[in-house]
Write a protein that binds this ligand. Sequence first.
Ligand SMILES: [Zn+2]
Ligand SMILES: [Zn+2]
Length: 363
Amino acid sequence: MPTIKAAVCHEFGAPLVIEDVHLAPPKGGEVEVTLGAVAICHSDISFAEGAWGGFLPAVYGHEAAGVISAVGDGVHGFAEGDSVVVTLIRSCGGCPSCASGAPTLCETPYDAVNGPLKTAEGAPLMQAMGCGAFAERVVVDQRQIVKIPPELGKDVAALISCGVITGVGAAVNAAQLRAGQDVVVIGAGGVGLNAIQGARIAGARRIVAVDISEDKLEIAREFGATHTVLGSADAPWKASYKALGGKGADVVLVTVGAIPAYDQATRYLGMGGRIVMIGMPHSGAKATYEPVIMAALGQGMIGSKMGDVVIQRDIPWMVDLYQQGRLKLDELISGRWTLNGINAAIADTKTGSARRNVIIFDS
Ligand SMILES: [Zn+2]
Ligand SMILES: [Zn+2]
């Protein structure tokens, strides 16, 4: 079996180990992608810290882009040499969720422990999130990838495959934002900035960004926030009410996994409004809300996974908007690293001050 370099997690909370692992050639319906870039997402860090459990050893990494280097049988519409983004959305195409247009909720399980990866000794190695992209190459299903223009930088393309579709998709697909609506975005990190620009693209009237970092609020304005609120202030929702002319928002997008953000989300919400839950707290964490208020005010609450995207439909228009200068991607990258520097890149992400750190592979 061919050997590649990968960053392997052997123990939750311990540094990743760069080592040789085996990657099987693509089977039916699969492609091999030689990666140009993979970004570090907070989900990778949560997994590596053991927040959500899972099999070890494992290779995380799921926000990636590269060039197809091998094609399995039964692959349609893709060829060796195509530039693609690689997503974790592995959909079967035939289950009730897929058939009704919700591939992010695909019901067909994927056995990531017995996927294409094996340790150098031939033991099971989990292809976490169906990608295992903290590695030089990945083997993924053809439904997980979308073709992109070859001239598009792989670093910015990688961002589209998770943070961008999650944030922009939450505003456009999950919240179904209409032009003229008022939006509050809690959290101005990687996903939050994308939720803000998704709200801008959808034509929101006023976009209030809430964060506990002044620096992030300044960046939020660059991405389209019309007002900013310091989340650590006393009763911060009052400032939001003021910004929205004395009322709550039509939509509140919670883009961070912090429980205080979830606890406060309803306070920002107006009559008939809805909360979209995007940020992912650790398993077992609980938030509180007052059902009587939500019932009396006709409010709703929905979860959104990966921006409810259909990648084949949504990624091409996002690429177009980027190329037209209407979707910011370059500004999301705060650091570029090598695979060998991945632990430093993860540590930098954990400080909370980074936007996206991207691992670049020399091709
Ligand atoms: Zn992610
Ligand atoms: Zn399915």
